[in-house]
Design a protein around this ligand. Sequence first.
Ligand code: PGA
Length: 262
Amino acid sequence: MAKRKKIVIANWKMNLTVPESTVLIEKLKKEISGNLQLEVAVCPSFVDIYSASAELKNSKISIGAQNVAEEEKGSYTGEVSVLALKGFVKYILVGHSERRNIFGENDKVVAGKAETVVRHDMTPVICVGETLHEREDKLSKIVVLSQLEASCKQLTAEEISESIIAYEPVWAIGTGHVCLPEEAEKIAADIRGLIKSLYGEKAARLVHILYGGSVTAKTAKDFRYAKNIDGLLVGGASLDHHEFAAIVKNFSSEKKPKKGRK
Ligand code: PGA
């Protein structure tokens, strides 16, 4: 029976130049090596993907892209095609809240991007999450599940099984306010429940669910024991090689936290 693996993905966003990411990659390669129990990937900017893929060849670290065009080819000035990414990346983030909120991507666009990614044999990381207002209005579950249903619309059960869903509450992204693991686990369980009702038990069992939003080395270990959370999507803290390596280590650690720990 196929089992879900643990995954930690770094989202470098628009923070590094090519020389800066080369330096970071060199440091990460030294820190993240050996017998890893989990999958690690970094998402550099588009201009850096080509050199990063050469630098990370034969390493334990895979590459992801932060975005992709919905269309494969044509007159789409400034966009990057899935065909250009093929062979260089394993994962592609779709529907990150910054894409949704700053660049106006709606669920329909996200669904189209997710479909484009899977049809080219790469893994979409479909991001969903509620805003602070929606959370305060107790709408987290409704918002997340409706985003998810609409964003996965064009995928089959088999394709969903091989996809990743990232629960990233918008209020937690880049704010330092990490979501409590119990709260994130509850939403992750709801996500798995929705996948089960839409795509069946097997898809629900196999789909990977990540948490993202202000994860640090200190908080990473608390998510390790959440039954429905298979990994982490890390922004700010992934720009520091010690911190990111510690996140990977802490998330993969088998040791149970002491009872009564807050
Ligand atoms: P953060 O970003 O870790 O800086 O909050 C997470 C993300 O946007 O994926």
